[in-house]
Design a protein around this ligand. Structure first.
Ligand SMILES: [Mn+2]
Length: 217
């Protein structure tokens, strides 16, 4: 792959614009996918009603508290097994279940679960990683719906950290990742000291269904 310059980044993706290659093959951004009114209502309901918790995550080989609040929700069949335990998602909040047909139609693929993340302010963040959990399969389609505070979303190639793209994700924006995005690239949500308010990010996924005999809610 051609070596790319470290700059310019992609400071402000206008409506309908696509990312530079090779990221354009993997990422589609749709600014204002939800109207401001819809986004306002959804943000208020989710902040108040989702059972937000601090997840333990593995980063650079260590288990640490995730630097954000999370909630994992979905179909019982979206459960997965890890270290002999079965992890079962929370039942769908109706406001999220109602979005599923629209998301499936926008992305051309169904979703059976959502990892919701709440960044309380610009001090909450997420470091470089890929969404490469085994239960998502080899080429997952992940739909990321942003609500609340505008945040920077960064992507870089695993093989060349200088090859980067950047988006500004705003209230109501949808960003879909597909193809080899998780295999070839990493993404991050950096801290932004000036941001005082919360961002809720909904990442819809398809988890390979496991047998209903294994799953009891
Ligand atoms: Mn991620």
């Amino acid at each position: 792959m051609q070596k790319r310059a470290d700059t310019p980044l992609f400071p402000d993706l206008p409506a309908g614009a696509s990312a530079p290659a090779p990221f354009d093959a993997w990422v589609t951004a749709t600014p204002g996918w939800l109207s401001a009114d819809e986004a306002d209502a959804l943000l208020a309901v989710l902040q108040a009603e989702l059972p937000w918790t601090v997840h333990r995550i593995r980063m650079f080989g260590r288990w640490v508290d995730s630097p954000r609040l999370s909630c994992w929700m979905g179909d019982p069949a979206a459960s997965y097994r890890y270290s002999g335990q079965t992890f079962v998602p929370e039942p769908w909040h109706p406001a999220l279940a109602a979005l599923l047909p629209r998301l499936a139609s926008a992305c051309g693929a169904p979703f059976n679960s959502v990892l919701a993340n709440r960044y309380r302010s610009g001090a909450d963040s997420m470091g470089w990683h890929s969404d490469d959990e085994r239960e998502l399969g080899a080429k997952p389609i992940i739909a990321s719906l942003s609500l609340g505070a505008e945040r920077r979303f960064l992507m870089r190639l695993k093989a060349d950290h200088g090859a980067k793209a950047e988006w500004r994700l705003r209230h109501g924006d949808l960003l879909a990742m597909r193809g080899d995005c998780q295999r070839e690239a990493q993404h991050a949500l950096p801290k932004m000291a000036a941001v005082q308010s919360a961002r809720v990010n909904l990442t819809f996924r398809w988890v390979k269904p496991i047998s209903s005999e294994v799953v009891r809610r």
